[in-house]
Write a new protein. Structure first.
Length: 135
């Protein structure tokens, strides 16, 4: 059974020129690209995307960061795509993330951890609608 996940290469990943590296890892894993777009997020979209974190002390910084430059949003599809991409991404804290994962290889700070991946079928559906309403 195939499923879809929403992946973001956040503004730090775009700024550092590793979009190709991240997309290559997704493709090498065998996930299929269904949609891909470079966008500059409006504040309202960023706040909706991270609504579950709205009460956290870092929420303001998170919204500033994610709206601070262009990002690449994509939808990938495959068997257990949600879990498969979370494994490629590594732990939220890049210092704890295993080497060989995207965060483990390319990041040092939790607030700038290069990628986002949906964490459940419900959030994937919600996030895909938010970024790609046409899908
Ligand atoms: P993930 O992106 O692994 O799903 P999350 O949903 O818990 O992690 O948090 C969303 C993002 O918020 C995360 O990628 C980076 C930021 N973040 C999380 N915890 C943080 C913290 N303690 N300080 C600063 N930023 C944090
Ligand atoms: Mg999350």
């Amino acid at each position: 059974m195939s499923e879809r996940t929403l992946i973001l290469v956040k503004p730090d990943g775009v700024r550092r020129g590793i979009v190709g590296e991240v997309v290559s890892r997704i493709e090498r894993k065998g996930l299929k690209l269904v949609a891909l777009e470079l966008k500059h997020l409006p504040r309202e979209t960023a706040e909706a995307h991270y609504a579950e974190h709205s009460a956290r002390p870092f929420f303001g910084e998170l919204v500033e960061f994610i709206t601070g430059g262009p990002l690449v949003a994509l939808v990938a599809e495959g068997p257990r795509a949600i879990e498969a991409f979370r494994a490629l991404a590594g732990a939220t804290d890049p210092v704890a993330a295993a080497p060989g994962t995207i965060r483990g290889d390319f990041a040092l700070e939790i607030g700038e951890n290069i990628v986002h991946g949906s964490d459940s079928p419900d959030s994937a559906e919600r996030e895909i609608k938010l970024f790609f309403p046409e899908l």
